[in-house]
Design a protein around this ligand. Structure first.
Ligand code: SAH
Length: 407
């Protein structure tokens, strides 16, 4: 018999937690056994001592308990390996045979605090809770037994680890390649070859959540003869390369403030044989759009057929939503000023706090300000390897629209 200590919840929010939400805040905790320490596994029970599950406890985190196992049994190596395998099986249903993929997406897979990405022979993992950190050896063991990658990297260099007192670290557990080669790792995906940086790149190298949307942008871009495309926040070229690979595309400009991203995007354009149509500029998108839409001579351009806005999350919490809305609004207004009549604006938000309705209303306000009539031609969504779990609304974060303008 295991001897986990018990925490009893009060009725506040218990329906949400019973329904499957893994996060328990302090206000939901009625009482707990003595001696529970940060990172410990705890049994979580309801007011009538009915077992809800087992989770990781942290007294200093806003999320006091992250429930992981929904049974009265400890989170051990065997169970973790089984749960990871289940997550992988789901991906095989969605994307049979694909090996550039997010295998585990934290709350989306019932494994709060754990991300595992695969790039062919390379597997990268990221842990953001102390309890999950204590399971690191089991996680590594599970990855080795299920995938046996020749490269295994811990990308625990994310700032949200500080909420659980964890240091930022990056460690190569195993690699058939030199560290330098890992900063320019090559994968093939959706008909394109990408060089990406497994050691320092954003996320673990690629925005895997946007891969389907790159694909979905193809027919929209291809419908414009001689398309001139502006890709704002281009990172290592996802939308830009997709656009440049469309036969009718005349030119693509990609904008990103990161020198490393711009360098890789230019290299990727070359490798894919589309560099003659692509230009990548290291700049602040807000400044570039402001200069372009006010007709500054150095950036004055003829208008674009397709403009893509894929900014980072401007808000990670409810308190900064207003500032984020102003940022999104400015981007939309500036972009619409540079869009040809008959052009398409593709706009995305990866913030959970900006709902699809809110994004739509921002586009609508920008259309009023610029006197451009918008027709919503497509709606977009995060890729299926980042599944949305209805009882955990935070798992839905990436949404987007394509707008066509007649005037
Ligand atoms: N569109 C990309 C993902 C973009 S992620 C894809 O589909 O793969 C957001 C990018 O915005 C990052 O590369 C980051 O470097 C860049 N960024 C953030 N703020 C910026 C700013 N103000 N100006 C330019 N780039 C910015």
């Amino acid at each position: 018999m295991h001897k986990l200590k018990t925490i009893t919840l009060n009725p506040a929010e218990i329906a949400r937690i019973r329904a499957g939400h893994p996060w328990v805040y302090s206000k939901s905790i009625a009482s707990g056994d003595a001696g529970i320490e940060a990172g410990d596994q705890v049994r979580v029970v309801g007011p009538r001592s009915d077992v809800i599950g087992v989770g990781f406890y942290h007294p200093d985190s806003k999320i006091r308990i992250r429930i992981v196992r929904r049974e009265d049994a400890p989170i051990d190596s065997d169970w973790l390996a089984w749960r990871i395998q289940k997550a992988i099986d789901y991906r095989q249903l969605c994307y049979p045979g694909r090996n550039v993929i997010r295998l585990v997406n934290s709350e989306s897979d019932g494994l709060s605090g754990l991300i595992i990405d695969r790039y062919d022979d390379a597997v990268l993992f990221q842990i953001s809770s102390l309890g999950m950190e204590r399971m690191k050896d089991s996680i590594i063991q599970a990855i080795r037994s299920v995938i046996a990658p020749s490269i295994l990297i811990e990308r625990n260099d994310v700032s949200n680890r500080r909420f659980e007192g964890l240091p930022e670290i990056r460690h190569i557990h195993e690699s058939s390649l030199s560290e330098e080669a890992l900063t320019q790792f090559t994968v093939k995906l959706a008909g394109l070859t990408y060089h990406l940086d497994l050691m320092n790149g954003n996320k673990t190298g690629l925005y895997l959540d946007q891969i389907e949307n790159h694909e979905l942008s193809k027919p929209i871009i291809a419908a414009h003869p001689e398309a001139r495309v502006l890709d704002c926040f281009s990172y290592i070229g996802g939308f830009s390369l997709t656009a440049a690979a469309c036969e009718n595309t005349r030119s693509v400009i990609g904008l990103d403030q990161s020198a490393d991203a711009v360098r890789l995007a230019a290299l990727n354009a070359k490798t894919n044989g589309v560099d003659s149509r692509c230009e990548f500029i290291q700049t602040n998108v807000f400044d570039w759009l402001r200069n372009a839409s006010s007709g500054q001579p150095d950036v004055a351009q003829e208008p674009f057929d397709v403009i893509i806005l894929d900014p980072p999350s401007f808000t990670k919490n409810r308190h900064t939503v207003d500032a984020a809305i102003r940022g999104y609004k400015e981007l939309h207004v500036r972009a619409l000023k540079l869009l040809k009549p008959g052009g398409h604006l593709l706009t995305y938000s990866c913030s959970h706090h900006i709902s699809a309705d809110l994004l739509r209303s921002i586009a609508f306000e920008a259309s009023l300000d610029t006197h451009r009539e918008l027709i919503e031609s497509h709606a977009f969504y995060q890729a299926k390897d980042h599944p949305v779990v209805p009882c955990v609304p935070e798992t839905f974060y990436l949404k987007g629209f394509a707008y066509f303008t007649n005037n």
